[in-house]
Structure formats: structure tokens, C-alpha cells
Design a protein around this ligand. Structure first.
Ligand SMILES: Cc1cc2nc3c(=O)[nH]c(=O)nc-3n(C[C@H](O)[C@H](O)[C@H](O)COP(=O)(O)OP(=O)(O)OC[C@H]3O[C@@H](n4cnc5c(N)ncnc54)[C@H](O)[C@@H]3O)c2cc1C
Length: 442
């Protein structure tokens, strides 16, 4: 009899893993709290199309996506603009979230995955230390493996027994509160910077973005603190003063949501359990992109399950997924989690200084988005560039101290990540995860 896999929540990584497993003969059911018609937010997303190929899917027809516009970054003083210049073959794609879900769900169904929509999971079902299924209302649903793709506030992850060493929640500065809406675009001629990203906009710890699309202006406001409608309106007014193409009528979206912006979950697996996607905090911590990482992780998880000749799906056999994830994705995100910490410590004038003096420049902002791997980002830095950065740092002791601290934190976190246990031994894994998480304390 084929092994029974539950995907808890129709997160992107869970669908990816489920599709590969169903194609390989596993009995996969996705339980999702929303109705099918409500799946996906009313907005577009930007991501690496290699996510599709990683999960064995063809890249959807090009009529379903476009290439993203380069971004222009501004510090709070709005004095220096850092304009990305991404080579076309490295540009990510932009796709409607609902269309992305249509593609993923129909592909998974073709592979043999069953979807149960409108089913809200309350908790994991435990048999001793093993995750043996999920609870939906009064119903206990058993499975050989539960893939937790329920997102940042997963009730499965947060209700696991503490002794499994899996962190339950994202803390302050690990969640980014976001409001997103599309406004009518007023006709005011060609917009110079089509995709503006304003860091520490209005002196607030966070960002605002204004992206001029053909038919609307896309607004995202993000903060490390919760904020309300009044704050959204004030921010919109400030944005309108600088961006005449931003109209007054909201045409789509207009929702508050949360994105994890932290290091990936220290322990991804337990007996009968694997976390993926936002449930495992797999986003790039400074930009919050998590779609492609989730799809790529889905393939890694499916491979670990298929490789498990014991069919036990225990922490021991699923540890291959943890190791592969950290080797291919998670370790590369570690420096970005540290950079996010630096951002939360910077003052507005310090960020302006970093932009104005070229400590960060347009090339860095291009490379950082193209490759979420710090070594790749710094490969192209020239000697002249290093001198500019060094001069800028030497002349500002406060910024220099913060950057030195960042360097030390990246080195420590990278070393601890590399020392991840090779085998799953609960005591050793928990001890390692404590050390790993300590590296990212603010
Ligand atoms: C405003 C915003 C913009 C973003 N832009 C981008 C972008 O441009 N590019 C990018 O790569 N990423 C972006 N992200 C991040 C991206 O959405 C996630 O990283 C990515 O979707 C992976 O998350 P997930 O699929 O694992 O989780 P989610 O998208 O949160 O999916 C989890 C699923 O589980 C379901 N669920 C939750 N609880 C239960 C329950 N109790 N029972 C049953 N089902 C449940 C949910 O309904 C949902 O369908 C953005 C996020 C936001 C909020």
C-alpha cells in the first residue's frame, strides 16, 4: 500500500513536494483552510522561475508572466538613488499570485495530489513523540508523514511538543508587517524610476515601495511593528506628494499580511514531520521572497522521502532534507539574516550616509537581489570600490562599529551553521539549534 502523506496547508513548498511524491506513487492529500476560489492574494509576486524547474514543472507560458522591472533604492533622506541594472537573463519573473496557484494546483492534481479545501487544521496529532497526523475539528486524520506548509503562523509547528527542538514562533524583528494595495495610475507621462523602494521611509523602521505598472501603481508598506489604516493613509499621502502617478482609488488588494524575515527554522524535521516554506521561515530575510526557495525546498524534501528505504520518515531519515536544504539554500541566507539585524540597528542618517558615500552602491543592490549568496554578491567588487567603501567607513565611527559587528556576526553564524550535526540525534540537534538561534539575537 502506498504511504500516506498529508500536506498541511497549500503552501507553495508543500504543493511542490506533494506533486513530486504523488508522481512517485505516494498517496498525497493537501488540507487547506481556504476555499479553492480564495487561494492566492490579489497581487503579483516576483520570483526566480527556476523554482518551477526544480519541482519538475515546465515554466508556465510566457503570456502568464512578465520580467520584473529593476528597482531603485532610496535612503530616508531621498538624496541618493541606487538603480539596479540586472542583466535580462538574471531578471526574476512577475506573476499574479492567483495564476501561480492555478498553475501549481493543476500541476499537482495532474501528478495525483488530492486537495481538500475549506479544511482548517487545528493541531498536529501526536502518538508519543511522533507526529502521526493532523486534527481538523473532531476528526483525527492519520498519515505516515505530515508536511507542514501552513505558513508563518502554522498551528502544526506552534503546537509541537517543545522537546522536539522546533521553534514555535517568529519573534519581534523576525516578522515583517505588510500592507499591499494597487491604486489607479494617473496619467502623468513617463515615470523615471518605475520601481522605487524607499528604505526607512518617513523615518520608520521598514520600507515603502511604489511600482508603476501599466494599469496601476503597486504600493507596499512594510514595518517591523504592527500599524493601522491611519498610518497607511498618511504614508500614501506622503508617497503621492512625490509620485504623481499614484492615484487615489484602490483597485486591488488592500490587505495587511505578515512575512517571516529571519533565519530559517533551526530544526526542520521530527519523526513523521517536516516543515517547509514560510512555516520553516525560508524567505530571504531582507527582502521577504520565499516562493522560489519553497518550491526548491519541496524538491529536496521529496527526494529525502523517496530515498528513505525504511519508509519510517523519522527525524533520522528526514535529516537528509535538513542537510540538503542548508547546503543548497539555508546557509546562503544566514548572512542576510545578519544584515537584517544590522538594518534594525541603523539610524536614518547612518543609512543615508551608507548610500551617499558608496558603502553600498547600485552594483551591490543588483547583485544582492540576483543572488541571495553573499560570496557571489562580493565577487564582482573592484579594488576601487573597496577603497570607496573603506574610506566611507573610516570616516564614520558609528557606522564602522556596526559594520564590524555585522562582520563578526556573519562569521560566527556561518561557522555555527557549518557545524550542524551530520546525523539526527535529538539531544545534539537541539543543542546545535540553540547555538544557531543565538547567532541571530538582536
Ligand atoms: C505582501 C507580500 C508580498 C510577497 N511578495 C513576494 C514576492 O514578490 N516574491 C516571493 O518570492 N515571495 C513573496 N512573498 C512571500 C511569499 O508569499 C512566501 O514566502 C511564500 O508564499 C511561501 O510561503 P508558503 O507558501 O509556505 O506559506 P503561505 O503562502 O502562508 O501559505 C500557507 C497556506 O496554508 C494555509 N493555512 C494556514 N493555516 C492553515 C490551517 N490552520 N489549516 C489549513 N490551512 C492553513 C493558508 O491558507 C495558505 O494557503 C510575499 C508575501 C507577502 C505577504
Amino acid at each position: 500500500m502506498s504511504k500516506k502523506i498529508i500536506v498541511a496547508g497549500a503552501g507553495h513548498g508543500g504543493i511542490a513536494a506533494g506533486a513530486i511524491l504523488a508522481k512517485n506513487g505516494y498517496d498525497v492529500t493537501v488540507y487547506e483552510k481556504q476555499k479553492r476560489k480564495d487561494m492566492g492574494y490579489d497581487w503579483t509576486d516576483i520570483f526566480d522561475r527556476k523554482g518551477f524547474t526544480a519541482m519538475g514543472m515546465d515554466i508556465p507560458d510566457s503570456s502568464l508572466w512578465s520580467l520584473k522591472n529593476d528597482m531603485t533604492f532610496f535612503g530616508p533622506g531621498m538624496k541618493t538613488a541606487l538603480r539596479q541594472k540586472t542583466p535580462e537573463d538574471k531578471l526574476e519573473i512577475q506573476m499574479e499570485r492567483k495564476v501561480l496557484y492555478d498553475c501549481l494546483i493543476s500541476y499537482a492534481e495532474e501528478c495525483g495530489v488530492r486537495f481538500e479545501f475549506g479544511k482548517e487544521i487545528e493541531a498536529p496529532l501526536m502518538l508519543g513523540s511522533r507526529v502521526a497526523g493532523i486534527k481538523i475539528g473532531k476528526k483525527d486524520i492519520f498519515a505516515d508523514l505530515v508536511i507542514d506548509a501552513c505558513g508563518i503562523n502554522s498551528p502544526v509547528r506552534s503546537k509541537l511538543p517543545a522537546h522536539l527542538g522546533i521553534q514555535k514562533d517568529a519573534q519581534k524583528y523576525e516578522r515583517f508587517y505588510v500592507w499591499r494595495g494597487f491604486y489607479e495610475k494617473t496619467d502623468c507621462g513617463e515615470v523615471e524610476d518605475k520601481f522605487k523602494v524607499l528604505l526607512f521611509h518617513r523615518g520608520k523602521l521598514g520600507i515603502s515601495w511604489v511600482a508603476a505598472e501599466e494599469e496601476y501603481t503597486d504600493i507596499l508598506i512594510g514595518r517591523f511593528e504592527k500599524f493601522d489604516d491611519e498610518e497607511v493613509e498618511e504614508t500614501l499621502e506622503a508617497l503621492r506628494a512625490e509620485n504623481p502617478h499614484l492615484g487615489k482609488k484602490l483597485v486591488r488588494g488592500g490587505e495587511f499580511v505578515e512575512i517571516p524575515v529571519r533565519q530559517s527554522l533551526g530544526v526542520l524535521v521530527a519523526d513523521g514531520y517536516a516543515a517547509i516554506g514560510d512555516s520553516a521561515f525560508m524567505t530571504v530575510p531582507i527582502i521577504g521572497s520565499g516562493i522560489a526557495n519553497s518550491m526548491k525546498a519541496g524538491a529536496l524534501l521529496a527526494n529525502a522521502v523517496i530515498d528513505d528505504r525504511t519508509d519510517s520518515y523519522s527525524g533520522t531519515t528526514l535529516w537528509k532534507y535538513q542537510k540538503d536544504y542548508y547546503e543548497k539554500i539555508g546557509a546562503g541566507l544566514v548572512p542576510f539574516a545578519c544584515i537584517k539585524l544590522l538594518l534594525t540597528r541603523l539610524e536614518c542618517d547612518e543609512l543615508d550616509y551608507i548610500f551617499e558615500k558608496g558603502i553600498l552602491n547600485a552594483r551591490d543592490m543588483t547583485a544582492g537581489m540576483v543572488s541571495p549568496n553573499l560570496i557571489e554578491v562580493f565577487k564582482g567588487v573592484t579594488a576601487a570600490d573597496i577603497k570607496i567603501k573603506a574610506d566611507g567607513l573610516i570616516n564614520n565611527t558609528d557606522v564602522l562599529k556596526k559594520v564590524i559587528r555585522l562582520g563578526a556576526e556573519i562569521a560566527a553564524a556561518t561557522a555555527v551553521t557549518a557545524a550542524m550535526p551530520k546525523e539526527y540525534n535529538l539531544k545534539k540537534v537541539c543543542a546545535w539549534a540553540d547555538k544557531y538561534n543565538d547567532c541571530f539575537k538582536r
